[in-house]
Design a protein around this ligand. Structure first.
Ligand SMILES: Cc1cc2nc3c(=O)[nH]c(=O)nc-3n(C[C@H](O)[C@H](O)[C@H](O)COP(=O)(O)OP(=O)(O)OC[C@H]3O[C@@H](n4cnc5c(N)ncnc54)[C@H](O)[C@@H]3O)c2cc1C
Length: 417
């Protein structure tokens, strides 16, 4: 029984089904991919494995703290666990830890891209999610930041990551929609292997394939409690939308609850270092196809990403360590629309943009939690933070291998209770 039908839950269900499991999924929303997987930045970003906890992060946080419009906002609470998370995050910024985490994410991301290609062909959903394989172009406005980033490409080459330094003119050759922006650009790094696509449409399409293949989806059920006896999960208690309560049983349970995993697991004495890092996006119809990029973009100065999804443009960014609130601060989404007006003028219909906010399930080290818990029949696949779409297929495939007692395809620090 897979708990949660975000991108992580449906991919987990796919690999378990492929391995011969009888699978059911419990989800509180009415269909798959309706929470954090709903309107993310759309990037399949294998070229950016460096976790947010890196040696430069503490200085970046200090520089941005308290600045209006900064991409990062912290709202400290009287919550010991939140402080512990922040302390652990700082520890993971140590150079050797960050290097180790980068290597693990790079391996998982490369495996995940290969698995995404395999899965979408096998499932027949390659055309279902506005996929684009035009790479990601990282944009730099400050010459020093560009020089530093170019120097780092050598560190990523051993992981098989190709990042091509580009002058401003070469950025425009790669993506003609950047013509207006070119005079302000210091340069760019182009990652040709990266892709983009709509994670929600992918989740929905995969859920349809799974349902046809016998996976049972129980939508509209809020999981309220996990019951455990003698170190095993015996059943889960759910509440239907109607208010009616019910129990569900399975032999094995997999947690794919994103940011909400921690609260439920604490009831049974399991602790996961997963906290919500809120982010925003806007999705707007493209009004001039020539001005809306085909290549996915990352503005490294503002940590804003932008992906073309069919006839729509998605722009996403910002990080707030706050709580579980997904309310929309109009100042945040207006800043994204202003970014489009400045960088890609005339590309979208601003008046018809849809704002959204979601909670990245973030771990201090940036590594997803994939493996088994202390309860004998409980597994976990969550905590993918800012890279859940990128890492989903790979994470689900290695989890299924572990659950089948097989050697996973990559070396990774799996969670072991
Ligand atoms: C602004 C933003 C931009 C992003 N951009 C990118 C990007 O460009 N590339 C990338 O790779 N990643 C990106 N991400 C990260 C990515 O979206 C997440 O890592 C990913 O969606 C997490 O998927 P998930 O399945 O773990 O969580 P979710 O999608 O949240 O799925 C968890 C599911 O569990 C269900 N659930 C939770 N609690 C309960 C309960 N009690 N009972 C029943 N059901 C429950 C929820 O309804 C939900 O459907 C971005 C995130 C944000 C916020």
């Amino acid at each position: 029984m897979v708990l949660g039908a975000g991108i992580t839950g449906v991919t987990t269900a796919w690999y378990l089904r492929q391995a011969g499991f009888n699978v059911s999924i419990i989800e509180r929303q009415g269909e798959a991919g309706q929470e954090t997987s709903f309107a993310n930045g759309g990037q399949i970003s294998t070229s950016h494995p460096e976790p947010w906890a890196n040696p430069a992060a503490p200085f970046t946080v200090l520089r941005w703290l308290g600045r209006a419009g900064a991409p990062l906002r912290l709202r400290p609470r009287a919550d010991l666990a939140q402080w512990q998370w922040a302390f652990d995050f700082l520890r993971e910024c140590l150079p050797w830890r960050s290097r180790r985490n980068t290597a693990a994410i790079a391996a998982l991301a490369a495996h995940s891209l290969a698995e995404l290609h395999r899965l979408r062909e096998l499932a027949g959903i390659a055309d279902a999610y506005d996929a684009r394989a035009h790479g990601i172009l990282h944009l730099f406005f400050a010459p020093r930041a560009f020089t530093r980033a170019c120097a780092r490409t050598a560190e990523l080459a051993p992981f098989g990551i190709e990042l091509r330094p580009c002058t401003a003119a070469q950025c425009v050759d790669t993506e003609p929609a950047l013509a207006t922006l070119a005079p302000r650009l210091a340069g760019g790094l182009y990652a040709p292997a990266d892709e983009s696509g709509d994670a929600m449409r992918f989740s929905r399409a995969l859920a349809d394939v799974l349902a046809d293949d016998g996976v049972r989806f129980h939508y509209g059920m809020e999981i309220e409690r996990l019951n455990a006896t003698d170190g095993r999960i015996t059943r889960i208690e759910v509440r239907h939308l109607s208010g009616e309560r019910d129990v569900h049983e399975a032999d094995v349970y997999v947690i794919c609850l994103g940011s909400h995993a921690r609260g439920l697991l604490r009831q049974i004495g399991e602790d996961l270092p997963v906290f919500p890092l809120k982010g925003y996006s806007i999705t707007a119809p493209v009004t001039d196809a020539a001005r809306a990029p085909q290549v996915s973009l990352t503005d490294e100065s503002r940590r804003i990403v932008c992906s073309r999804l069919g006839e729509r443009l998605r722009v996403a960014g910002t990080a707030e360590l706050n709580d579980y609130d997904t309310g929309i601060d109009p100042a945040r989404t207006t800043a994204m629309l202003d970014w489009v007006d400045t960088c890609l003028p005339g590309a979208i219909d601003r008046e018809r943009a849809t704002p959204w906010a979601g909670l990245r399930p973030a771990t201090p080290d940036g590594l997803p939690i994939i493996g088994y818990m202390r309860h004998a029949n409980l597994w976990c696949n969550t905590g993918h933070g800012p890279l859940g779409w990128t890492l989903a297929c790979g994470s689900a495939s290695v989890l299924a291998a572990l659950m089948c007692g097989e050697e996973p395809a990559i070396d990774f620090p799996f969670w072991r209770g």
